[in-house]
Design a protein around this ligand. Sequence first.
Ligand SMILES: CC(C)(COP(=O)(O)OP(=O)(O)OC[C@H]1O[C@@H](n2cnc3c(N)ncnc32)[C@H](O)[C@@H]1OP(=O)(O)O)[C@@H](O)C(=O)NCCC(=O)NCCS
Length: 258
Amino acid sequence: MPISAAHIISSLAVPDVPASIRQSCLRYSVSAAQLALLEQGGIALPATLANAVLKRKVEFAAGRYCARHALQGLGYAGLETLPIGHHRAPVWPDGFVGSISHGDGHALAVAAASRDWGGIGIDIERCLDHDAAQPLVPYLMSTAEQAIGAATGMSVERWLTLVFSAKESLFKALYPRVGQYFDFLDAEVCALQPAQDGLTLRLLTTLSPQCIAGSRYTIQVSYFDNNIVTLCLLAPADTVPTTASGVIDDSAKMHPPD
Ligand SMILES: CC(C)(COP(=O)(O)OP(=O)(O)OC[C@H]1O[C@@H](n2cnc3c(N)ncnc32)[C@H](O)[C@@H]1OP(=O)(O)O)[C@@H](O)C(=O)NCCC(=O)NCCS
C-alpha cells in the first residue's frame, strides 16, 4: 500500500508561515517495510545510495516524499525524485525553491514558487543532552551568543541546539546564492524574540556578492516534544531591502504574498 495523505502530518508546522509556502511532514520508522512503502509511493533511490545504511535510505526517501508533497501543494505535477546536486543540495524543479530536513523519525520539506521567495531553509534537531552539547559550544557559538543564551535562562544544551538549527537553516537557504560551505562562526545571533520563537542572524563574513557581512536574516522557531524546528525565508533578491553598502536586511520582514 503506498503512503497516503493520511501519513503526512502538519502538526510540526512552523507558525506564521505564509500560505505561499507549502510544508509537508512525515513520521517514519527505520525499517525495510517503511522504505518499501516510500518506494511504492514513487520515490526512487539514486544509485549513489545503493550501498547506504537503511537509516540513510529511509530518511532520504522520506525527505523526497515530503518534497514532492509540498510541490504538489503548489500545483507542480512532476513525479520525479528530486536529484542530489552539488554539495548534497537537492535540485528543485525550475521555478521552485525549497528545503528538506529529517531527524528523530520526522522528515520535513518546505517549497515555494521562486517568484514569491528567494530561498528557504528548514531544519529539525532533537535537543542535545548536556554532555553532547558542551564540547560543541566554541565551534558553534561566539562568546557573545553564549551570553545571549545565558540571559534567557535556557540550558546550554537547549540554546546550543537552537543556534545550531538556526544556522543550519540559514546555510540551506543561502547555499544556492553562496555555492560553498561556510562556517557556524560566519553568522551570529544578534536579536532574539520573546519566548525564543524567532531570532535574527547576522553575517560576520562576506560569502558572495549577494551575501555580504552585516546582512541580517530572520529565523522562525517552533518547539515540539524535545525537538526544535527552524525556518529561514529569503525574499526574492530584487525585493530585499539593502543599505547603500549592499547589506541585506531580510529581517525587516518582507511582504510575502499569501
Ligand atoms: C548540510 C547540512 C546543513 C545538513 O544538516 P543536517 O542537520 O546534517 O541534516 P538535515 O536532516 O537537517 O538536512 C539534510 C538535508 O539538507 C539538505 N542539504 C544538504 N546539503 C545541502 C546544501 N548544500 N544546500 C541546501 N540543502 C542541503 C538535503 O536535502 C539533506 O537531505 P538529503 O541528503 O536526504 O537530501 C549539514 O550537514 C552541514 O553540512 N552543515 C555545515 C554547514 C553549515 O551548516 N554551516 C553553518 C553556517 S552559519
